[in-house]
Unconditional design. Structure first.
Lengths: 266, 260
């Protein structure tokens, strides 16, 4: 590399973000072990503190619940999340492109998108229950209506931030509209889109659980609902742990993809 | 390659911008008439804000004139925008490389846009990187290259389409003097070799004199203060010429000494 290679960043360079890979440094392991130890001590002490025994089950009981996790429910929830995220992504990007291309469309749609984002998830669940019969459709509807606006707003903001210099440069070579988007806009907004995926993934995991609580007969949310009916804190703990691990694994996949796609950042 | 075949004819060109905040009109170019012959190497020099870059945008076709016209072989770069695909290429002040593309992929960009076959793209991009002395850096990303190297990639990208018209806007002014001189020479040599019509817009008189076959001096609102053919001036007269152009720019009026 030439000596003056270190220089001011180009318009697209952003500060490097910390990897979200689930690495387990010593401090993390220590804090998890400490938490487990405190939890176990609390479960021993609970009866003498007047706390019902079922409220703080021991680690052994939680491990038993973990052994009883049904993979089909995990797969169903994962399937719902991924399907809804892909649908949300496609809708979100299409709306963002329309808003980017037309100021009038943008003026009409922006308030709608903002309103959609302001509606609480519980309201969407109630609307879905009142409007639709199919349980699967209800769940996907709620996920899409919550996640798609996030993709739209993020993609639109990212498109607006694409350097004017680069737009002028590529326009001087007279691209078609498709080439303009495919060669410039898409790669330019890819870092932002990947960040959007990480945000919506976490959002979708939380929303799907709530949506599955209402009417679903499969999925992690349904299992949590059953655990609540049985007063089984161990089961709630176990299923919650599965959700958290699922989220970390999916985020790790996105980070791996991000590392590969954005290797130009160094 | 065939090189440029049609002259650039600028007739009564006027460009007015309206300021969005005050509503005030700004005349960037006022009644400019100029003819640039095919294969000519023209340096346009003028003070900052004299309308040089507006002319650049009009020549690219990204702006429409308020009045008058620019015609190149009976077509205008703004109304017949797509007809000039692959015929006009630009080199800007900053390299404007795509940071997510390697050097060779940046050079390939205009070739992809005009729909050249993949293997030919690779071959031609590599040829131009070799010509610019960057064959060993073909797979380097822009962040791994120095400013001069990145500008070389930008030059390779412009020449890769073998354009009839090359437009350069302050393309060497952001570089150190040694690198700038080197790149100016490369630019001139390549433009002559490939017989492109080249227009270099600059605010640096020395640069204009070292590059142009012809120096066009702009005053306020791109009024034509002087149109100098360098062949009319002996090397021994260059000091007088420089002084006369400087005086012209300072007074915003033609200097008598420039009339030859």
């Amino acid at each position: 590399m030439p000596p003056d290679a270190a220089r001011s960043p180009t318009p697209f360079e952003e500060p490097r973000r910390k990897s979200m890979m689930p690495s387990l440094p010593r401090e993390t392991i220590i804090s998890i072990v400490l938490f487990a130890a405190v939890w176990q001590i609390m479960s021993y002490l609970a009866p003498s503190l007047g706390i019902p025994a079922f409220a703080i089950p021991g680690l052994g009981r939680i491990a038993e619940s973990l052994m009883k996790i049904t993979p089909i429910d995990v797969a169903v929830t994962l399937g719902r999340v991924l399907l809804a995220l892909f649908v949300s992504f496609i809708i979100g990007i299409m709306v963002a492109v329309l808003m980017y291309l037309s100021d009038s469309v943008e003026r009409y749609l922006r308030p709608m998108v903002r309103i959609l984002m302001a509606v609480p998830v519980v309201s969407w669940i109630l609307f879905a229950v009142l409007w639709f019969k199919g349980v699967e459709f209800r769940i996907v509807f709620v996920l899409v209506v919550v996640c798609a606006p996030v993709f739209t707003v993020d993609a639109l903001d990212n498109m607006r931030e694409v350097s004017r210099d680069l737009k002028q440069m590529i326009r001087s070579f007279r691209p078609t509209s498709f080439q303009f988007f495919y060669k410039l806009m898409l790669p330019a907004i890819t870092p932002g889109i990947l960040t959007s995926w990480k945000i919506t993934l976490s959002l979708a995991i939380r929303v799907v659980t709530i949506a599955e609580l209402v009417g679903a007969v499969t999925g992690i949310g349904h299992r949590l609902s059953v655990a609540q009916e049985l007063f089984s804190v161990a089961d709630v703990f176990a299923w919650t742990l599965v959700l958290v691990v699922l989220l970390f694994l999916l985020e790790a996949l996105i980070v791996q993809f991000e590392t590969r796609v954005l290797r130009w950042r160094g | 390659m065939s090189g440029a075949s049609a002259p650039i004819e600028i007739a009564g060109l006027r460009k007015v911008f309206r300021q969005t905040t005050t509503g005030e009109s700004i005349v960037a170019i006022d009644q400019l008439t100029l003819r640039i012959e095919p294969g000519e190497l023209v340096a346009i020099v003028g003070k900052t804000g004299c309308g040089k870059s507006t002319l650049f945008d009009l020549l690219i076709g990204l702006e429409h004139p308020t009045a008058g016209s620019i015609t190149i072989g009976a077509k205008t770069p703004y109304d017949d925008f797509n007809d000039f695909r692959g015929k006009i290429a630009t080199i800007f002040q900053q390299d404007r490389l795509f940071p997510w593309r390697s050097a060779i992929d940046n050079v390939k960009l205009p070739l992809e846009l005009i729909g050249i076959a993949d293997d030919l793209q690779q071959e031609r991009a590599m040829f131009w990187l070799q010509r610019l002395g960057l064959a060993n850096f073909a797979n380097a990303y822009p962040r791994e290259l120095s400013g001069g190297m990145r500008q070389r990639v930008a030059i390779a990208r412009a020449f890769a389409v073998q354009p009839e018209i090359l437009l350069a806007d302050e393309s060497f002014s952001a570089l150190d003097e040694v690198t700038a001189n080197d790149l100016r020479k490369t630019f001139v040599d390549l433009a002559r070799e490939f017989r492109s019509t080249a227009i270099l817009i600059t605010h640096q008189l020395e640069e204009a004199m070292s590059v142009g076959d012809r120096i066009v001096v702009f005053g306020k609102s791109a009024t034509l203060l002087a149109d100098i053919r360098m062949k009319d001036w002996d090397r021994s007269d260059h000091a007088a010429l420089r002084s006369a152009i400087q005086n012209t720019l300072q007074m915003n009026a033609p200097d008598e000494r420039l009339k030859r």
